[in-house]
Every structure is written in C-alpha cells, then in structure tokens.
Design a protein around this ligand. Structure first.
Ligand code: AMP
Length: 207
C-alpha cells in the first residue's frame, strides 16, 4: 500500500491516515508532524522551517523533499499525509519511487467555511497528540486531555490569519497537483463524519 492523501487543512487527512495505518499496519508519514517534531527538537531543519509554518506558509521544497526521502527509503508501505503539497514535491516523489508505485491518491474535499470552523476550534494535547474540538469533540475537563491529563493547546497555525493563509496556499497548489495525478485521483467528500469517510477510504484497500 502506497497512498497519498491530498486536501485542505482540517479535512481530516491525518485522522483518516491514522486509522488506515492502524488497521492495515502501514506507516503514516505526516510531513506536518515530522516538521513539528523538528521544531520541538530545535534541529537545524526545525529552526529553518518554524517561521514558514507559524505564518501558515509552506516550508521550502528542498527541505521537505530531503526530509521525506530519508524517511521513505526505509519503508515498503506508507500513507503520505500532507506530502506532496507542490508540483516539484510530486515530481521528486515520482523520481524516487518510480512510475506506477503510488497506488491511490485521495483528494479530500471540504468547503472553506467548514475548514475555518474545524481548525478554529481545534485543540491538541501537548503530551500525547490527541485532538479535540471545542464544539464537536470537547474534552471532559476544559483544557485537559481525557486520555493523559496533558495540557491542550491551539497550534500557532490554527489562528484565524494563518488558517486563511493555509487555505489560500492550498488553493494555489492543489490544482496543479490534481492535474499531475489526473485520472488516478479518488475524490472524497470530507464533510461527512469520520466514520463515514473511513468506510469509503478503507474500501479502496480491498478493491
Ligand atoms: P499540516 O500538519 O499538514 O497542516 O502541516 C503544518 C505545516 O507544516 C504547513 O502549514 C506547512 O507550513 C508545513 N508543511 C507540512 N507539509 C508540508 C509540505 N509537504 N511542504 C511544505 N510545507 C509543509
């Protein structure tokens, strides 16, 4: 299984990728998560990436491509979540894995107002990464993770201006990417519940 998940921020790519990865025992490669770990570790890459991420822009292609290439070398099966995000990234991936190696490309579709609603209320546990939403999936105790009691925080790039920037960036990059993958792209209506989306996505693993 080598799958790519495309879609705007907040469309649930990460949630779905985690579920598919757990069910089929494949690696979930999220460039957003990898970059956030680099930032937390204050590595050279993290320091270079941080300002782009905070403002809601994209980290330069060469940095992201080098980071992913290292990771993919060790894996036979994976779900790519948040990569490729640009045409040069898609071309670099193709060169690395070869023609026909990616067996599914999903495009998660979600209207802008729903992206704003989902990300504006999103909170994440600082310790275990569990995600909440102030309206849709509130924690039992405000500001505390149900699972581990960790502190819930709002990502810098989930502030309103950064969300709008991320939507704009996504829109300018998405068209060329969808064209690049052409007929291979499976469109997913991401406005449905996570269970409904998962039922559809997992059906492609058997098909
Ligand atoms: P995400 O968690 O996928 O929403 O990613 C968070 C942030 O990390 C993005 O807004 C970008 O700044 C950066 N990022 C993640 N993946 C990529 C990528 N493939 N190319 C460039 N920047 C990325």
């Amino acid at each position: 299984m080598k799958w790519v998940f495309l879609g705007p921020p907040g469309a649930g790519k990460g949630t779905q990728a985690k579920r598919v990865a757990a069910e089929f025992d494949v690696a979930h490669v999220s460039t957003g998560d990898l970059l956030r770990s680099e930032v937390a570790a204050k590595s050279e890459l993290g320091k270079a990436a941080e300002s782009f991420m905070t403002g809601g822009g994209l980290v330069p292609d060469d940095l992201v491509i080098a980071m992913v290439a290292q990771k993919l070398d060790d894996l036979n099966a994976y779900l790519l979540d948040g990569f490729p995000r640009t045409l040069p990234q898609a071309q670099a991936l193709l060169e690395r894995v070869g023609d026909g190696a990616i067996d599914r490309v999903f495009s998660f579709e979600l209207p802008d107002d729903e992206v704003l609603r989902r990300l504006g209320g999103r909170r994440t546990c600082r310790d275990c990464g569990t995600m909440y939403h102030v309206d849709f999936v509130p924690p039992q105790v405000e500001g505390k993770c149900d699972r581990c009691g960790g502190e819930l925080f709002r990502r810098d790039d989930d502030e309103a201006d950064a969300i709008r920037r991320r939507i704009d960036v996504f829109k300018s990059e998405a068209g060329p990417l969808i064209d690049f993958y052409g007929a291979d792209v499976v469109t997913v209506d991401a406005s449905r519940s996570p269970d409904e989306v998962f039922a559809e996505v997992r059906s492609y693993a058997q098909g």
